[in-house]
Design a protein around this ligand. Structure first.
Ligand SMILES: O=C(O)CCC(=O)C(=O)O
Length: 305
């Protein structure tokens, strides 16, 4: 099966029609050419960089997460990520937020999300020194799980909008395991991006970050396509606050969970949003790591954000 075979892509239980899905454009051959990476980021709204990170280090991060989940009986030991259908997380760990913070702060995970490998790439794209947020969105997805379409703007731009999200699959993430999906050219949908100014999910509770429509209907209505990939360990997507994105459905019959993380970086000289920095970041709403989907035992029905 070719790497570009996206025929298994599904959204809300429906196969994505072939004319509505295409591969993310890979810019990894231009790593090292900062001007070209910047040009592509501006043009496409994202950078997809296959193999930009050390695949072995990424697999070590995956193993670190899975070991913690094996210890709470959610992952079958030695199965490389098969969900048991059970959980002893609450019984053994008590505080969900504390537990998820401790998993998110694993040294192998942080080597990927906050380390020099990624830092150098973001710095070359930014053209100036950068720093990463400390608050990490670590996601472990079971079958049936998906993230609805949204922009990152309402979550991370309280101080300024010079923020980049790095989405990183921790291990291979084929299309049926529900990876990251982009709405092609959505950074140019001026009616939507223009309306983001000043939108803050916490300060504007009457507004929803989720774009509402399912990704297939949304792409069709906008005359565009969804872009995704069969991701491998070492791949990286980088994008700004004005790109519509979410995830495909996880419908992998092997029972293997999708492990991924997303972390934000910004120019070091710009003010920080205190919610996401420091040893005890409070997160978007103030509930710390307890507010993340990842903090919920895998047996719990998940809700998309
Ligand atoms: O991984 C996902 O399901 C969605 C990722 C996302 O929304 C993000 O990286 O901002």
């Amino acid at each position: 099966m070719s790497n570009d075979d996206l025929t298994r892509a599904r959204v809300k239980g429906a196969d994505v029609p072939p004319e509505l899905i295409a591969p993310l454009s890979d810019s990894s051959s231009r790593l090292g050419d900062a001007a070209e990476l910047r040009r592509r980021l501006a043009q496409d709204g994202y950078l997809f960089l296959r193999g930009a990170l050390d695949a072995e280090a990424v697999r070590a991060a995956r193993a670190e997460v899975l070991t913690r989940l094996e210890a709470v009986d959610e992952i079958e030991p030695g199965s490389d990520g098969c969900f048991t259908g059970r959980s002893r997380r609450d019984e053994l760990e008590g505080d969900r937020g504390r537990f998820w913070k401790s998993v998110s702060d694993g040294p192998r995970v942080r080597r990927i999300t906050n380390g020099a490998m990624l830092g150098q790439i973001v710095e070359s794209v930014a053209g100036e020194p950068v720093r990463a947020m400390d608050y990490l969105f670590l996601r472990v997805g079971v079958q049936g799980r998906a993230t609805g379409l949204h922009f990152d703007y309402p979550f991370f731009t309280r101080g300024h909008d010079q923020v980049w999200t790095a989405w990183i699959p921790l291990g291979d993430c084929p299309v049926e395991r529900g990876p990251f999906v982009v709405v092609e050219n959505s950074h140019r949908f001026g009616d939507l991006t223009g309306a983001l100014a000043g939108f803050d999910v916490v300060r504007n509770p009457e507004r929803k970050a989720d774009l509402g429509a399912d990704a297939i209907s949304f792409a069709r209505a906008r005359g565009t396509r969804l872009l995704s990939a069969n991701f491998s360990a070492g791949d990286l997507c980088l994008f700004g606050m004005y790109l519509g994105h979410g995830s495909l459905d996880h419908h992998d019959p092997t029972g293997r969970v999708r492990v991924s993380c997303d972390i934000r970086w910004q120019p070091a000289r710009l003010p920080i949003d205190e919610r996401y920095f420091g040893p005890e970041p409070t997160g978007t709403t103030g509930a710390g790591y307890g507010e993340l989907n990842g903090a919920k035992p895998l047996t719990v029905e998940w809700h998309v954000r």
